[in-house]
Design a protein around this ligand. Structure first.
Ligand code: FPP
Length: 236
């Protein structure tokens, strides 16, 4: 009998390289973001086909506000349009959408679309799509501590399970695999608590060029890793 293929339950993706993709073509950066949006569906489909039902996409970090004002505005507009356009189909396929990050600092229009998407899909259980928007891992931990304090929890008793229960991702399994496109070897404040034991897969491919095949390559790379969780290698 052969081993079942080793599959992550949850994949986090740092979608990088939209700007470089655009520059290579002499296009404005926003066109790179537009092209990057087209990548999401095939990647979600490949993940689903492989049996991975939790995805978290890093769309906008708490640090990304320092980009040129026009680029930030264009990104916010794209997030809004994309969520609005895709929500019904995602709902029809049983996907629950969650936006993780400091939502209250997003433009009001976008907050409204986010709230509607989360509400519509809240009971879905076929797939789980977290979109990290105005997200920072450190901010998330601070928000969790503040939430516990507001709820009157005695902070002297806080343990890992209590803190995890107050993170934006409460209820999701930890990501087993973080994929980063466009070659940088950093995690950039992404899921820093949850990805403590995650395997990293970095590819030079720019996000708009990434596709189902690349996701399959990341899964094959993951399957070949020996995970230790600080102990001895797990038996095969
Ligand atoms: C990184 O490329 C990409 C972003 C900051 C934005 C990514 C967002 C999307 C692809 C859209 C996602 C939309 C939804 C609704 C999930 P970069 O601009 O940092 O590229 P560079 O490093 O080459 O300049």
């Amino acid at each position: 009998m052969t081993d079942a293929p080793r599959l992550p339950r949850h994949i986090g993706i740092i979608m990088d390289g939209n700007g470089r993709w655009a520059r290579q073509r002499g296009l404005p950066r926003t066109e790179g973001h537009r092209a990057g949006i087209q990548t999401i569906r095939p990647v979600m489909e490949a993940a689903d086909a492989a049996g991975v039902h939790h995805l978290t996409l890093y769309a906008f970090s708490t640090e990304n506000w320092s980009r040129p004002r026009e680029e930030v505005a264009a990104l916010m507009q794209l997030f809004e349009e994309t969520l609005q356009r895709e929500v019904d189909e995602l709902h029809a396929t049983g996907v629950r959408i969650r936006v993780i990050g400091r939502q209250d600092q997003l433009p009001n229009h976008l907050q409204t679309v986010v709230a509607a998407a989360e509400e519509l899909t809240r009971d879905n259980t076929q797939g789980f799509l977290n979109v990290a928007l105005n997200y920072g891992g450190r901010a998330e931990i601070i928000d969790a501590v503040r939430q516990l304090a507001r709820a009157g929890v005695d902070l002297r008793t806080v343990d890992e399970a209590t803190l995890e229960g107050a993170l934006y991702t409460a209820g999701s399994p930890d990501p087993d695999l973080i994929v980063r496109t466009a070659g940088e070897l950093r995690t950039s404040n992404f899921l820093i608590w949850q990805a403590a034991y995650a395997e990293l897969h970095v590819t030079e491919t720019l996000w708009p060029d990434f596709g189902g095949r690349d996701l399959e390559a990341a899964l094959a790379d993951y399957a070949a890793r020996v995970r230790r969780f600080g102990g001895v290698p797990n038996p095969r």
